[in-house]
Write a protein that binds this ligand. Structure first.
Ligand SMILES: [Zn+2]
Length: 163
């Protein structure tokens, strides 16, 4: 496999405009920014998708919040937009775009025409998925509960056999 450019940046093998680093990720300025201060948040570990390692992604978003706050404080943009728009580089990363007062994002100025029915369809899909996610979480909690009670039973049995 050809070595990934972001992995090289993480390892300091390639010069970058890094301005943030913690145990999970780094943040660098994009060298071809779409706006002043456009940054990339790159996990140190090579993952390709946002949902590949949920815990890691959560930490990346947490770090991104710090970075966004920093960008807001430093560059005073009108707004900050975050995306994981597909890139030629397969190493997952978040793009942080600060926008300034006279630079409203293009997509924002060209709203798409959508039928109400289509909106409802999307809405229902989203709702279903939200509920599914919730129940998956509940399921995980149930499993944990079962594990816990198994462990308890084990210790009770053990103390009985020892006693
Ligand atoms: Zn990589």
């Amino acid at each position: 496999m050809e070595e990934c450019i972001f992995c090289k940046i993480v390892k300091n093998e390639i010069k970058s405009f890094k301005f943030y680093e913690d145990e999970n990720c780094i943040a660098i300025l994009d060298i071809m920014p779409r706006s002043k201060g456009m940054s990339l948040v790159i996990p140190k570990k090579h993952i390709e998708n946002i949902d590949e390692e949920e815990e890691l992604s959560k930490k990346i978003f947490e770090s991104s919040l710090k970075i966004i706050k920093t960008i807001k404080k430093v560059l005073n943009p009108f707004e900050v937009v975050v995306s994981n728009y597909p890139s030629q580089i397969k190493h997952f990363h978040l793009r942080i775009y600060p926008f300034y007062e006279k630079e409203i994002p293009l997509i924002e100025s060209q709203p798409k025409k959508v039928e109400e029915r289509e909106l409802e369809e999307t809405l229902n899909l989203l709702k279903t998925c939200v509920e599914t996610t919730k129940s998956v979480e509940e399921k995980k909690e149930e499993v944990k509960e079962i594990e816990r009670s198994k462990e308890e039973i084990y210790w009770i049995k053990r103390s009985i056999s020892l006693g």
